[in-house]
Design a protein around this ligand. Structure first.
Ligand SMILES: Nc1ncnc2c1ncn2[C@@H]1O[C@H](COP(=O)(O)OP(=O)(O)OP(=O)(O)O)[C@@H](O)[C@H]1O
Ligand SMILES: [Mg+2]
Length: 158
């Protein structure tokens, strides 16, 4: 069974809120989260440029058993797919999306409703199609190498 919105809080318990002081620490946090994710999970990573979304995604992939060196922002391809772990991971970066139609034409249902895990950077671009069980996280700059990572508060909009 897929996790519900409420289950997201259970999955994130003891992981966030958290403050990290290095990219390695953010990756370590992601690794813990990745180890807890189950088939079909969708994780939306909110946060400004350089907030650490990709670093967290690398950690999540590590937690799923994927070599983090294969993980990079899919800025030009929109979606990267990583295999070799316990589950496939689909890594979406919606930053350069021009329209929602462009996203819909990619056959995203295969990712969202398949057996793998979907990670999304710049999810606000595709907010309307995110399923209710999406696990939402926000990363914030708190100084040079400091980042605050917490459950995204939907009431803040974006
Ligand atoms: N505590 C930290 N956590 C994560 N990254 C950090 C931290 N401190 C410094 N950094 C640096 O901040 C940058 C984060 O880059 P990253 O690509 O993960 O950001 P992003 O949120 O994915 O940005 P974009 O929107 O451009 O994709 C990296 O250069 C990383 O080394
Ligand atoms: Mg990125």
């Amino acid at each position: 069974m897929k996790p519900s919105g409420k289950d997201a809080e259970v999955v994130l318990q003891g992981i966030v809120p958290s403050d990290t002081a290095s990219p390695e620490a953010t990756q370590a946090l992601g690794r813990e989260l990745g180890a807890r994710l189950t088939s079909g999970a969708i994780v939306a990573l909110y946060g400004d440029l350089g907030a650490g979304k990709t670093q967290l995604a690398k950690g999540i992939c590590k937690g799923v058993g994927i070599n983090p060196e294969t993980v990079s922002s899919p800025t030009f391809t929109l979606i990267n797919e990583y295999s070799g772990g316990d589950l496939s991971v689909y890594h979406i970066d919606a930053y350069r999306l021009k329209t929602l139609d462009e996203f819909l034409s990619l056959g995203y249902e295969d990712y969202f409703f398949g057996d793998g895990i979907t990670l999304i950077e710049w999810p606000e671009r595709i907010e309307g199609v995110l399923p209710p069980e999406t696990i939402r996280l926000r990363l914030e700059h708190r100084g040079r190498d400091l980042r605050h990572i917490a459950i995204y508060d939907e009431s803040e909009g974006s």
